[in-house]
Design a protein around this ligand. Structure first.
Ligand code: GDP
Length: 429
């Protein structure tokens, strides 16, 4: 019996979907605890590519039950589209997918307000995915949200919805935006309600019963440590806790239940959107790390299609993420992408205002001034995609991985050498 959590250690897109998929082989339940359709997890099964946004990746494993926890915000129409997309690909969700009755909805005006607020910020844009996630969490905190249990009573739901849509329109008008057609949105959401109501469940009881019965549970994180509203590069962050604590507040399982935290760390660093990025590579190097866009794993956002900013491995951020999340198992992904580079810079510290530092400053202006202190490691030329044993990796690749494990004080984990389920190599202690 175990409860494990999977967390992103950088700015998201670390390849968590693949690790969740690998670890969900033997679990009973996979749970999403925070975020919304701004997350995009990619899982490759044979020739089929699944892009999941709100539904936990565990849905792709037969016999695994998937829970959308109370900490998630969901857009009803998008969730219906995601469920129908899965069904069209032969993945049945009936009786396997549970939507927490406490999860909040992203409503049409949240998305409009997201865009309007972002444009009103001028040069202080955050680079949001524009899916309404931030405004939905803001309304949750302001106690103006609609929750999944509201879907259970159509009449009451439509009444609350009409009121909220009218209020949303008043807020849209404040920003000079165009009011939404209330009747059209009510009709669209009425249809989504009928489709989603059967999935609404008391997931706190469900999870505690499973936990009490000794079932294995996997808590699937979305985004990454640097996007956490408290511990990330504020304000260039998402609106939820993407780190350790978010697993408990977003599921109803207590901290004492979580006995393993799997940290997913890409062998280099990427970020989408604005904000400081200490190890950002030159445009030429960044283009090499990003890929040309013809492979589905090249560095273009799963949700937005935006090219990701790319840079070198930052161990200051890595150590910080290991601490904040209490990582027990480290999974380094995309090592295969580094094949062919003559040398690999590894950032082990920052120079900030003339002093060496190993901490991540809260002030993003300070983080913007920080210069990376690099250690240069030798690269390797061999492709890694077919390697399955650590000892078969080129010596330089082993050295690179060992150095990262050592800096983060980790002894247990894996390296990933390709997007497929089987392309994973255990790292011996
Ligand atoms: P997530 O949000 O953390 O799940 O990350 P994404 O799914 O958005 O991005 C990861 C991308 O990298 C996906 O296209 C994966 O299929 C791919 N991927 C994951 N692990 C590896 C790996 O080890 N090597 C390569 N080349 N691609 C990988």
């Amino acid at each position: 019996m175990s409860v494990s959590a999977i967390v992103g250690m950088q700015w998201g897109d670390e390849g968590k979907g693949k690790i969740v998929d690998a670890l969900s082989e033997s679990v009973d339940l996979v749970v999403r605890c925070q975020g919304g359709a701004n997350a995009g997890h990619t899982v490759v099964l044979g020739k089929t590519v699944f892009k999941l946004h709100v539904v936990p990746s565990g849905i792709l494993r037969e016999g695994v039950r998937s829970v959308v926890g109370n900490g998630v915000v969901f857009d009803p129409a998008r969730l219906v589209a995601e469920i129908e997309g899965l069904e069209a690909m032969g993945i049945g969700v009936e009786g396997r997918l549970y939507l927490s009755d406490r999860a909040h909805m992203v409503l049409p005006y949240h998305q409009v307000l997201d865009g309007l607020q972002e444009s009103s910020r001028g040069t202080r844009k955050i680079g949001t995915t524009g899916r309404g996630i931030g405004p939905a969490y803001a309304d949750k905190a302001a106690r103006l949200g609609l929750r999944a249990h509201d879907l259970l009573d159509e009449e009451r739901f439509l009444k609350k919805l009409r009121e909220l849509l009218s209020y949303g329109n008043r807020r849209i008008e404040v920003f000079g935006g165009e009011a939404l057609d209330v009747a059209a949105h009510v009709e669209k959401l009425r249809r989504a309600r009928g489709r989603l109501a059967p999935f609404v469940a008391d997931t706190v009881s469900l999870l505690h019963e499973a936990y009490g019965a000794g079932k294995d549970i996997l808590l699937e994180g979305a985004q990454g440590t640097q996007l956490d509203i408290d511990f990330g590069t504020y304000p260039f962050v998402t609106s939820s806790n993407t780190t350790g604590g978010g697993f408990c507040t977003g599921s109803g399982l207590p901290p004492s239940a979580v006995d393993r935290v799997h940290g997913v760390f890409k062998a280099f660093t990427t970020r989408v959107g604005e904000g400081p990025f200490v190890t950002e590579a030159s445009e030429e190097e960044s283009a090499r790390l990003r890929g040309t866009g013809d492979q589905q794993w090249d560095e273009y956002g799963t949700t937005t299609g935006r090219p990701r900013r790319c840079g070198w491995c930052d161990l200051v951020l890595g150590r910080y993420a290991a601490r904040v999340n209490g990582v027990t198992n480290l999974h380094i992904t995309k090592l295969d992408v580094l094949s062919g580079l003559a040398t690999l810079p590894l950032c082990t510290g920052y120079e900030l205002d003339g002093r060496e530092s190993h901490a991540v400053p809260a002030d993003i202006d300070a983080l913007s001034r920080a210069k990376p202190l690099y250690e240069t490691l030798p690269g390797w030329s061999e492709p890694l995609a077919e390697i399955r044993a650590f000892d078969e990796l080129p010596a330089a690749a082993r050295g690179y991985v060992r150095r990262i494990f050592e800096e983060m004080k980790m002894s247990s984990g894996t390296v990933s050498v390709g997007p497929r389920r089987d392309q994973i190599v255990p790292v011996p202690r």
